[in-house]
Design a protein around this ligand. Sequence first.
Ligand SMILES: CC(C)(COP(=O)(O)OP(=O)(O)OC[C@H]1O[C@@H](n2cnc3c(N)ncnc32)[C@H](O)[C@@H]1OP(=O)(O)O)[C@@H](O)C(=O)NCCC(=O)NCCS
Length: 233
Amino acid sequence: MDDPPPTDAVHSRLTKRLRLEPVGPANARDLRLVQDDDEVWPWYGGKQPSIEQAGQQARLMGEAWRSHGVHKWMAYDRVSGEVVGRGGLSRTPVDDDWGQIYEFLPAEPWVRVAHGAGRPFVAHANWLEIGWALRREFWGRGYASEIGRAGLAFAFDALGVHAVASCTVRHNVRSRAVMERIGLRYAGEIRSRGIVEGVEGERDDAPFTVCVLLRSDWDRQRGTASMKTLPSA
Ligand SMILES: CC(C)(COP(=O)(O)OP(=O)(O)OC[C@H]1O[C@@H](n2cnc3c(N)ncnc32)[C@H](O)[C@@H]1OP(=O)(O)O)[C@@H](O)C(=O)NCCC(=O)NCCS
């Protein structure tokens, strides 16, 4: 079966097994299908999202794609068309807890430069956060890593950012494993609102693991990969 035409020729992507479409209002139901999954929503604050919240998030993601030029994709199976998950990149706000990530980025001016668009919020211009969530039935097959690798290529090759960071609560070992599998490296921990292992509800000071990939390391990894494909002399 041929892939349907992309909904957004500039921002849509095809990977080996997935069709990645920028999330917008039209994807609200599909987004809910992922975020409402019993093995997904507990990781995001311990409350099951309503259809209205999913609609609001899909609208905001669509707005971020327009003004920030990047946000999350919905991931569809290229053969069956099934909703597999969602994931990708987002610009982090300049004035929230994610500013703690400065400590793990080079002490260079690009780290604090703000993106020109003020909507939907003022965000960093030169580094992005990456993340993923899959419906439970699609865990264990490498789909999150496939989304993650597409995200890194989009961030470094299409947008030309200097770094990609990823954060997850300390005990989310599966998300941490995806980070490391696609080449991000442990940088440290920050504290923010989230869930803590063995504690009910959210806490303001939940520990989050931060992993980072710098552009220089990405270029080096890619250089090494392309050298491996050269015929030996
Ligand atoms: C985090 C999450 C996306 C990780 O999903 P995942 O299935 O573990 O990760 P991947 O899709 O990359 O799959 C990797 C697994 O598939 C296996 N695999 C099978 N085929 C594979 C392939 N073709 N390529 C790569 N890995 C493959 C890997 O060996 C690995 O197995 P393991 O977990 O037994 O080591 C998932 O657990 C999730 O949605 N959790 C809830 C939401 C969440 O926590 N999101 C992150 C918040 S920060």
